[in-house]
Design a protein around this ligand. Structure first.
Ligand code: HEC
Ligand code: HEC
Ligand code: HEC
Ligand code: HEC
Ligand code: HEC
Length: 232
């Protein structure tokens, strides 16, 4: 009785041609899989996927370049909550009409302001920065730690129409949270960043996240990167 061999049996079952075709097919499948993984990764990292650089449709064609850049108005004049609360806050109709009531009254453009004033409501501005509901963000924590607006919103004072300057993806947040002192110095100025000029970037708050460490299953976890810091 001849010795049974897998190699010989296979050789009888599959011809040489079929064998090399199979090898080619497997090679091709691997290449397709690798390519689609690479494309997926590139798309997730790409700014375009996150609507970076696209303005939103606004009720009034407001320009930061005119008001913050040209007139030099402080960010806090209109976003009064940045240093004290989680929300930066939006200007009321009264804030705009302080200047646009009699002087610089471009009537048609300001109809939404008058409607808001008459109805006791707020102007419905569209957001270019809104995060999903499962993410928690806090402006005061960042501003008081010395992180300037420019780090996350770009050079807003130069924008004729407000656009998203950074992805604001989880990767973007974590890039800084892993090591807030790394990278290029992040400028903080009164008119462009909300904090007095010359103040050191990233002054750790005495009871802030960076002063804390948690032990979990014998592993030290920094609250800066802990899931529950940003997800509740
Ligand atoms: C005169 C009032 C005014 C001043 C001063 C001002 N803003 Fe605004 N800001 C607005 C208004 C109105 C909007 C909503 C319309 C828009 O997005 O353009 C807005 C929107 C924004 C947004 C987008 C918010 C979102 O939900 O996506 C950012 C970011 C922002 N401002 C940052 C700044 C920064 C940084 C400064 C200082 C350099 C500044 N603003 C100065 C009135 C102002
Ligand atoms: C400190 C005074 C002041 C405040 C407050 C102010 N503006 Fe203005 N705004 C001006 C001046 C001055 C101009 C005219 C600039 C020019 O003609 O070059 C202007 C221009 C405009 C224009 C015309 C835009 C353009 O591109 O020429 C719009 C629209 C406008 N403002 C909306 C607003 C809104 C909305 C608010 C409130 C969020 C507001 N402004 C708050 C002073 C102000
Ligand atoms: C560390 C990143 C970061 C910094 C620094 C930052 N912002 Fe924001 N900002 C955000 C994010 C993220 C949102 C969206 C928040 C959300 O959807 O809950 C936002 C939202 C806003 C809004 C929309 C209204 C609101 O309160 O949600 C305004 C206005 C704004 N920021 C202005 C500013 C100004 C002015 C500064 C500087 C004093 C500043 N931001 C600094 C990330 C940042
Ligand atoms: C450029 C750096 C930087 C970026 C970008 C950044 N953060 Fe932070 N974040 C900080 C610093 C610094 C602190 C404060 C550390 C401390 O308390 O000492 C902080 C604190 C926080 C806190 C804690 C607030 C509290 O209650 O104490 C939350 C939540 C947070 N960040 C969420 C986010 C989210 C969400 C994003 C992305 C949209 C983001 N951060 C992007 C630097 C950054
Ligand atoms: C510094 C803040 C921060 C920390 C820490 C953080 N996340 Fe996130 N995460 C975000 C932001 C911002 C988004 C929303 C991005 C978007 O879709 O706009 C997000 C989105 C997500 C999503 C939804 C996926 C998606 O694509 O929308 C999941 C799941 C998630 N995070 C899990 C985690 C887990 C697990 C951890 C802990 C290992 C963690 N996150 C820590 C900021 C954070």
């Amino acid at each position: 009785m001849p010795v049974w061999s897998v190699r010989e049996t296979m050789a009888q079952l599959f011809s040489k041609r079929a064998d090399s075709r199979l090898r080619l097919a497997i090679g091709f499948a691997c290449a397709v899989l690798l390519l689609s993984c690479a494309t997926g990764f590139a798309l997730v990292r790409a700014g375009q996927t996150w609507a970076v650089g696209h303005p939103a449709e606004q009720p009034i064609p407001f320009s930061h370049a005119v008001h913050a850049g040209g007139l030099g108005l402080d960010c806090r004049f209109c976003h009064a909550g940045v240093e004290r609360t989680a929300d930066a806050g939006m200007p009321s109709a009264e804030t705009c009409l302080g200047c646009h009531d009699r002087v610089w009254n471009v009537a048609a453009q300001f109809t939404p302001l008058r409607a808001a004033l008459a109805g006791g409501t707020a102007v419905q501005w569209a957001s270019v920065s809104r995060l999903p509901n499962h993410v928690r963000f806090d402006h005061a924590a960042h501003t008081t730690a010395g992180v300037g607006c420019v780090s996350c919103h770009g050079a807003v004072q130069e924008m004729p129409r407000t656009v998203r300057a950074e992805t604001l993806s989880m990767g973007f947040c974590l890039d800084c949270h892993r090591d807030p002192t790394s990278g290029q110095p992040r400028a903080v100025e009164t008119t462009t960043g909300g904090l007095p000029a010359g103040e050191a970037a990233f002054t750790p708050r005495p009871h802030g996240l960076r002063a804390l460490r948690y032990r979990h299953f014998g592993v030290e976890v920094s609250p800066m990167t802990r899931c529950s810091t940003c997800h509740r």
